[in-house]
Design a protein around this ligand. Structure first.
Ligand code: HEM
Length: 408
């Protein structure tokens, strides 16, 4: 594998000096070659928009993450076994069947019905912060809000949320890491097992009339089907809980930081709230919460002029594709007037994000409230730093100051 091998590994994106200049780093990779073999990660790395979006929806590739479960370390194997049953890591026909079932929780009606509760939750956070003149956008708003919303949607009682979140964190960290040590793998496997036990207990408590989109209703619908087994369903409920909050947390944090660093763009939105939906799309493109998707070649094949061997992994770098100048002219500029619809922040093809409408709704409400309620906000704390993950891009903290106000 000499040809098309890049000297710099994608792994270097994790170096602290590359975190705040991530998109320059990607540009250098893409300028060298938009599809290259990464010797360190033992995978192809795709950074161009065409190859990323094309491969995400190309039936010659599989989404199966662990094709040989026996090759996975003993510590990680319990987690890998559960992940392998989730739709995100499945192909048709399992993927099609699971997606049809879980989509029942995400009808436009059930998502839209959450609008009032999201607004109330955001208002409560901002009202608490108002007299202090300070808020940590990540810890106070971006982290608790999506968890509360996905739990509301799925009918998870309030007292269970903190524990579910504590289990979700190590699992999300494991999914996002390219190199896990034995201890981290074991901790993530343990956390997933605890989450599944808890969900099993929660979902089998008696309740005669579950609301139509809740986990319990999904369970009832799933178990009507004789082929549907409970463990598979629980694995997918866990996926909804994990995917439903970590990513949206990162989105709200990243978007707020972009607006703080572009005060004129923020002012434009304050003057023209009708631009907020377009701004949400542009902010998703500009600093994408999910940076990577993974596909594996089902058989030997050609892709963008390269020979890919059966079983080889291709890392699709959504964050780089979203800054490809071939599709987004002047890609490093935050511009709410771009033509809509071509970013791959929610993926592309059959695995397109199931929760996109919900994430958009939460982002719209949170950003609109931050912009209107904190008109003179400014960064006031340590320089923002990113969680160390190739897969997810999210801030550890985002401290902001503004003029305090009181309600009476
Ligand atoms: C801004 C927030 C979000 C971003 C950036 C995001 C991003 C993504 C991406 C890129 C994929 C495709 C992965 C692939 O093709 O390999 C995906 C899939 C998925 N997302 Fe999201 N997501 C977000 C929020 C949510 C929410 C709120 C939920 C709700 C539960 C959710 C649930 C899912 C599920 C279940 C899948 C798998 C779909 C499938 O395999 O068919 N996501 N998401």
């Amino acid at each position: 594998m000499i040809a098309h091998t890049r000297p710099t590994s994608l792994l270097a994106a994790l170096r602290p000096q590359n975190q705040d200049r991530l998109y320059d780093f990607y540009r250098d990779l893409r300028d060298t070659d938009e599809l290259c073999w990464d010797r360190t990660l033992n995978a192809w790395v795709a950074t161009g928009h065409e190859v990323v979006s094309g491969t995400a929806s190309d039936p010659r590739f599989s989404s199966v993450r662990y094709p040989d479960i026996e090759a996975v370390s003993e510590e990680l194997r319990p987690l890998a076994t559960v992940l392998s049953r989730q739709m995100l890591y499945s192909d048709a026909p399992d993927h099609t069947r699971l997606r049809a079932l879980l989509s029942r929780a995400f009808t436009p009606r059930s998502v839209a019905a959450l609008s009032g509760r999201i607004t109330d939750a955001v208002d409560r956070v901002l009202a608490r912060a108002a007299p202090t003149g300070r808020i940590d956008v990540v810890a106070d708003l971006a982290r608790p809000l999506p968890l509360a919303v996905i739990c509301d949607l799925l009918g998870v009682p309030e007292q269970d949320r903190a524990t579910l979140s504590a289990w979700s964190d190590p699992v999300a960290a494991a999914i996002g890491s390219s190199r896990l040590d034995a201890e981290e793998s074991a901790a993530a496997s343990r956390a997933m097992a605890q989450m599944l036990d808890h969900l099993r207990e929660l979902l089998t408590r008696p309740d005669d009339r579950p609301a139509p989109h809740t986990l319990r209703a999904l369970l009832a619908a799933g178990t009507e089907d004789a082929d549907q087994d409970l463990d598979e369903l629980l694995a997918n409920c866990a996926l909804l809980l994990i995917a439903g909050h970590e990513t949206t947390t990162h989105f709200i944090g990243n978007a707020a930081l972009a607006l703080l660093r572009h005060p004129r763009a923020a002012d434009e939105l304050r003057a023209r709230p009708d631009l907020i939906p377009a701004a949400v799309e542009e902010l998703l493109r500009y600093d994408s919460p999910v940076q990577l998707m993974l596909r594996r070649a089902r058989h030997d094949l050609d892709l963008a002029g390269r020979r890919i061997t059966a079983g080889q992994a291709v890392l699709l770098v959504c964050g780089a594709a979203n800054r490809d100048p071939a599709v987004f002219p002047d890609p490093d500029r935050l511009d709410f007037h771009r033509p809509a619809g071509r970013h791959v922040a929610f993926g592309h093809g059959p695995h397109f994000c199931l929760g996109a409408a919900l994430a958009r709704l939460e982002g719209t409400i949170a950003l609109e409230a931050l912009l209107t309620r904190l008109p003179d906000w400014r960064l006031d704390g340590p320089t923002p730093t990113w969680q160390p993950s190739l897969n997810f891009r999210g801030l550890t903290t985002l401290q902001v100051a503004f003029t305090p106000t009181t309600t009476d």
